[in-house]
Design a protein around this ligand. Structure first.
Ligand code: UDP
Length: 385
């Protein structure tokens, strides 16, 4: 096997996982990142004043059904037991999320049993005239009904996405379950946890390899890949082409950080369902590490808005207009040589961490087998459109 020089653009999960696999394979890997730290948007660091581990770019909870991915992350970090139990403030009361029997009984001031609540929601609340829900609003009206939709989803979604739920796809709401029992674990996956020393420590261990060289504060410039045998690019797809066809739309987040002496809200994540409250949620970071004890506390008020030129891209919008532009960028990307686009930004998709790792492992495997068979390495391993 020929030892190749590989350039990984981005030191987030995709870059680290692919880089590690190719380093293990014997290749020489250079990882560049424009930021001053590794781990991309799952970067964690201890707040110097309080000692609390902060999820710098917003809350990241690891959850998966994928046994290989779970085994992989556990190679590089001890995962502590953590269950995400989210609360929501709306209409002057606090409820449990995702919508479960406790939420329903509290909200409607009833004492229904599971079958009664199911009958109540499906027969009295849900709008059964909607046969094939296409939009976020139709999906919510069809399965929850107006009352719950307006209290928990309408205002939050307008704040989060900056668009009416009637213009958003049903797929966004399909991320959230509705339960007719008292299970309030936000995720239903087999494995869930928090890295004991944070995500950045986990990513540092993935990157800790004699054939991997990490260069921070090194923005990628087109042409920089010329001296390499192959480039894996996990930056924004449109950014690779200097936005020459236009900009793919993203939502960005602003965090208003504050400290508190004690326990500010008693839980890690409190969502705010009403549109009048300008933030979507408040995160109290010390509750993400329940095995640690801290007197003082660090919280983030989270505000979503359209990403401008210099903002950090978070959520790809992926509406009709963006998808058309995306298709043009994908066609342009297909004309490049020796570049593979990976990850959330490289493929313009809303990806959970476990899926990002799964796809990165597959991309690295795909590279190795393409080389073994003297085939072209694909520009995309997972088609963005
Ligand atoms: N959502 C909502 N109210 C909530 C929580 C979520 O309306 O209290 C909607 C919102 O549109 C959000 C989507 O459901 O974008 C998916 O929620 P999830 O918790 O998966 O969002 P994430 O934590 O990934 O931002």
């Amino acid at each position: 096997m020929k030892i190749e020089n590989i350039l990984m653009v981005g030191a987030g999960l995709s870059g680290a996982v692919i880089g590690r696999r190719l380093g293990d394979e014997g290749h020489q890997v250079t990882v560049v990142d424009s930021r001053s730290h590794i781990a991309g948007n799952c970067h964690t660091e201890r707040d110097p004043d309080t000692g609390v581990m902060v999820h710098v770019y917003g809350p990241h909870i690891f959850h998966t059904d994928d046994e290989d991915v779970w085994a992989y992350v556990n190679r590089f970090q001890t995962f502590k037991d953590y269950k995400n139990r989210v609360k929501a403030t709306t209409g002057g009361a606090v409820y449990s999320l995702p919508i479960n029997l406790h939420t329903i009984n509290q909200f409607f001031a009833k004492t229904m049993l599971p079958d009664e609540a199911f009958a109540f929601i499906t027969q009295e609340q849900a709008d059964t005239s909607i046969k094939d829900p296409q939009t976020f609003e139709e999906q919510a009206m069809r399965f929850l009904g107006r009352d719950l939709y307006e209290a928990f989803f309408k205002g939050y979604t307008i704040k989060q996405w900056g668009r009416a739920p009637s213009e958003l796809p049903a797929s966004i709401l399909k991320r959230l379950p509705v339960r007719f029992n008292y299970e309030d674990n936000y995720f239903f996956h087999k494995f869930q946890g928090m890295p004991e020393n944070g995500y950045t420590d986990m990513v540092a261990r993935i990157l800790d390899h004699p054939r991997i060289d990490v260069k921070l504060e090194t923005p990628f410039q087109r042409g920089q890949g010329d001296g390499y045998d192959h480039v894996f690019y996990s930056g924004a797809l449109d950014g690779y082409f200097d936005f020459e066809l236009g900009r793919l739309g993203y939502r960005t987040l602003d965090f208003e950080k504050f400290t508190y002496d004690g326990d500010y809200q008693g839980c890690a994540v409190m969502n705010y369902g009403e549109e009048q409250v300008p933030y979507t949620r408040i995160t109290e970071h010390k509750h993400f590490s329940p095995w640690e004890s801290h007197q003082r506390s660090v919280c983030y008020r989270e505000f979503a808005r359209a990403a401008e030129v210099d903002d950090i891209p978070y959520y790809p919008i992926r509406q009709v207009a963006e998808k058309a532009l995306l298709a043009d960028y994908v066609a342009l990307a297909e004309t490049t040589e020796r570049v593979t686009f990976v990850g959330r930004l490289g493929t313009y998709r809303y990806l959970d961490m476990d899926v990002t790792i799964r796809e990165a492992l597959e991309a690295a495997e795909g590279f190795v087998s393409a080389r073994a068979a003297s085939r072209k390495v694909p520009t995309f391993f997972t088609p963005p459109v």
